[in-house]
Design a protein around this ligand. Structure first.
Ligand code: 5GP
Length: 210
C-alpha cells in the first residue's frame, strides 16, 4: 500500500467537565492505532475507579512544582485550585515515533500548546447539548460531592466561554455521532498539505515520469 510520509499532529480536546470529552478520547484510542493519549500529571485526589499512571499520574504539589522548575511540562495550568500538566518526555517520544497525540486539557493548556506548536495543533471543543444535561452527567458520575458539582458547574461556564478559540466544535448529544465527527476531523486534518512532507518527493517522482 502506498504511504506518504506525514507529520504527526497534536489534537487538543477541551470541554467543561461532564461533556463527554474523556469518553471520546478513550474511544478514539481504541479505534485509531495511530494516536496516543497524553497522560497528565495532577495534584488533585484520585477518584474512585481511576488508575494511577493511566487516567493521570497523581503527585503531590512539591513533586509537581519540581517538574515545573526543571521545564518538564509542555504546558501546565491551575484548574479548580489544583495543578495539571502535560509531561514533555512522553509526548516528544510519541511524536518522534510518528504518532498523533490526543490531549484532554483545558483552554489554558490549549493556548500554551498553540503558542509553542502552532503548525502542528488541531483544536476541538466539545459542547454539551444543554446546561441541564451537563449537570445530570456530573451528578450521574457521582464521584464528586454536591459542593464540587456546584463548583464545577460554575467552572463549566468559564470553560464554555472559550469555545470561540477552537477550530472545531462538536455538540455531544449522542456519543457515537460525536465520536464519528471527531474521527472525520482527524482524517481531514491528516490530509492537510503541510502535514504530508512526503508529497514533495512523491509528486516530483511522478512528474519525472511524464
Ligand atoms: P478532571 O479533574 O475533571 O479530570 O479535569 C479537570 C479539567 O482539567 C478538565 O477540563 C481537563 O481537561 C483539564 N486537564 C486535565 N489534564 C490537564 C493538563 O495536563 N493540562 C491542562 N491545562 N488541563 C488539564
Amino acid at each position: 500500500m502506498l504511504t506518504i510520509k506525514r507529520r504527526p499532529m497534536l489534537i487538543a480536546f477541551s470541554s467543561p467537565s461532564g461533556a463527554g470529552k474523556t469518553s471520546i478520547t478513550r474511544r478514539l484510542l481504541g479505534l485509531d492505532e495511530q494516536v496516543r493519549l497524553s497522560v497528565s500529571w495532577t495534584t488533585r485526589p484520585m477518584r474512585p475507579g481511576e488508575i494511577d499512571g493511566q487516567d493521570y499520574t497523581f503527585v503531590d504539589q512539591k513533586t509537581f512544582d519540581d517538574k515545573v522548575a526543571e521545564g518538564g511540562f509542555l504546558e501546565h495550568a491551575g484548574v479548580f485550585g489544583k495543578s495539571y500538566g502535560t509531561p514533555r518526555d512522553y509526548v516528544d517520544a510519541a511524536l518522534a515515533e510518528g504518532h498523533d497525540m490526543l490531549f484532554d486539557i483545558d483552554w489554558k493548556g490549549t493556548q500554551q500548546l498553540r503558542a509553542s506548536m502552532p503548525d502542528d495543533i488541531v483544536t476541538i471543543f466539545i459542547l454539551p447539548p444543554s446546561k441541564a444535561s451537563l449537570e445530570e452527567r456530573l451528578r450521574r458520575r457521582a464521584q464528586d460531592d454536591e459542593a464540587t458539582v456546584a463548583r464545577r458547574m460554575a467552572e463549566a461556564n468559564d470553560e464554555i466561554s472559550h469555545w470561540g478559540e477552537y477550530e472545531y466544535i462538536i455538540v455531544n448529544d449522542f456519543l457515537e455521532r460525536a465520536l464519528q465527527e471527531a474521527r472525520e476531523i482527524i482524517a481531514a486534518e491528516r490530509l492537510r498539505r503541510h502535514r504530508q512532507p512526503g508529497l514533495v518527493p512523491f509528486v516530483q517522482g511522478m512528474m519525472a515520469e511524464f
